[in-house]
Write a protein of this length. Structure first.
Length: 218
């Protein structure tokens, strides 16, 4: 992940449009996974536990608080780091929440707390896999990524000795504990997300990078 803070100033306008389109695709995929976690009611992905806890505390939607927290993180990172925040980071900050709300509305009748347990477990597992695929696409678009995901990326770059998977797992556990204290839903899905999301993202990263390079030809 040490190359994430790369210089993209020479990227052409055409390639920026392509890269941001790839990022948006990855963002939609990732938040489909998050929505499946939420709807399965077996625990959410780790960052959403934190967002869910805040949303319940202040009586706002998960999507709304998702935007608020990502904007706060975005400002902090703009002020304290260089080369990580890119145009796609802003896209992630403002689009993630509405995408979650959209998929929650779209899929709410098909999977929810009243669904059979096997169906909910399937939704939870698919959520974890889909989330990790989407994250790898967003990261390897090199157009920016969500401020919450940048936390693990920046720490990996700064610490150097630890692989992304271990840093991501540590960040995930931190969000789970804080989210649980605030009232977020923690379940088997949350445990699975905490220990599998980092390794799964790392597994998909080279595959996404290969495909994206074929498209961008950079």
């Amino acid at each position: 992940m040490s190359t994430f803070a790369s210089d993209t100033s020479k990227r052409s306008l055409k390639n920026w449009i392509i890269a941001l389109s790839i990022l948006l695709l990855g963002l939609i995929i990732a938040h489909l996974g998050i929505s499946l976690f939420l709807l399965s009611e077996l625990g959410t992905d780790t960052f959403t536990v934190f967002i869910q806890g805040l949303a319940r505390t202040f009586n706002l939607s998960v999507g709304t608080f998702h935007v608020i927290i990502l904007c706060i993180l975005l400002v902090v990172m703009l002020l304290t780091t260089k080369g990580y925040v890119k145009p796609g980071t802003i896209l992630c900050a403002f689009c993630g929440g509405p995408i979650i709300d959209f998929f929650t509305w779209l899929l709410g009748d098909f999977i929810n707390a009243d669904s059979t347990l096997p169906w909910r477990i399937l939704g939870m597992i698919l959520g974890c896999v889909i989330l990790s695929i989407g994250m790898s696409i967003v990261i390897k678009s090199n157009a920016g990524t969500g401020p919450n995901d940048l936390i693990a990326i920046i720490l990996t770059d700064k610490l150097q000795k630890f692989q992304f998977r271990w840093v991501r797992m540590t960040c995930d556990l931190f969000f789970v504990i804080l989210g649980y204290i605030l009232g977020g839903t923690v379940g088997i899905g949350t445990v699975i997300a905490a220990f599998l999301t980092g390794p799964l993202v790392q597994f998909w990263l080279p595959k996404s990078e290969f495909l994206i390079k074929q498209v961008l030809k950079e």
